[in-house]
Design a protein around this ligand. Structure first.
Ligand code: ATP
Length: 254
């Protein structure tokens, strides 16, 4: 179980702006309990703070105030590495590529074994059948879908307690999204992985047990998808009025 208690993340004033500007609060007093083994979909308007919140859980961003607990233990001060050791894994929106490294290298590190049968079992879980794929270099020549599958496999290989995926459908074709959702659902149900997916995609939101909507750095809604639908679907009503910055607000196209 991951618990966020009054979590806040602010960045200092932009000193490149004349006059300095004011410090900016990006995540504002968010409290929430992610229960063990459940699937959560984090959604909301662009720039609302979804990625920032997920990075706070992984420790990529340090919280400004508040605390984060994993199974009752305060992990707020832990580094990314220590959080990874404690069982939290993170998939970036834009997966990293490592020149001179093969998929086999990354997978062996993640799984803690070079045993080919074990590696084959892991890649089968993400729908890669060919063992030849293991020797693909993880470089710029990979397609968007291939690199996502590789990242997914390296996360799954670690059997994390908590898996966070930031927009896992980035660069993925429509035909691959369904199977990807199935992979994440299977890991959740069979391994009891607490799964947190940042997404605008209906398929991921439909798979979620609970939706969190973040706007203006605050939790605007938590509950089932049915309850979120009026906010997500009714484009005739501006539901972001309280954070609206007028015509200069690039997030709003209404
Ligand atoms: N380190 C930082 N310094 C300054 N501003 C930041 C920083 N991190 C995030 N922001 C700003 O905070 C806001 C929220 O960013 P974030 O990436 O969390 O939004 P998001 O909800 O994930 O958006 P999207 O749906 O477009 O991916 C944005 O306006 C972003 O520019």
């Amino acid at each position: 179980m991951i618990e966020l208690k009054n979590v806040r993340f602010s960045v200092p004033a932009d000193t490149s702006i004349a006059g300095g500007g004011a410090s900016k609060t990006i995540i504002n007093d968010v409290s929430f309990r992610f229960e063990r083994g459940k699937f959560y979909g984090i959604t909301g308007p662009n720039g609302g703070g979804k990625t920032t919140l997920s990075k706070l859980i992984m420790g990529i961003n340090p919280v400004t105030s508040g605390s984060i607990l994993l199974n009752g233990e305060d992990i707020t001060a832990l580094s990314i590495t220590d959080r990874a050791k404690a069982g939290i894994a993170y998939g970036f929106q834009h997966s990293a590529r490592f020149k001179g490294t093969t998929f086999r290298d990354l997978l062996a590190i993640a799984a803690g074994t070079e045993d080919e049968t074990a590696l084959a079992r892991i890649i089968a879980r993400v729908g890669i059948c060919s063992l030849d794929f293991l020797d693909k270099p993880v470089d710029a020549k990979l397609s968007g879908g291939e690199i996502k599958k590789i990242e997914l496999a390296t996360i799954i290989a670690r059997n994390p307690k908590v898996a966070i995926y930031d927009e896992p459908d980035t660069g993925i074709d429509l035909w691959t999204i369904g199977p990807m959702v199935e992979v994440l659902k299977r890991e959740q149900t069979e391994k009891g992985t607490t799964t947190i997916v940042v997404s605008h995609n209906r398929a991921f939101l439909e798979a979620a047990d609970e939706i969190l909507m973040i706007r203006g750095g605050r939790l605007a809604y938590t509950g089932d998808l049915a309850g979120a639908r009026p906010i997500l679907e009714d484009l005739s009503v501006c539901s972001f009025g309280d954070v609206c910055e007028g015509e200069n607000d690039v997030r709003c196209f209404r």
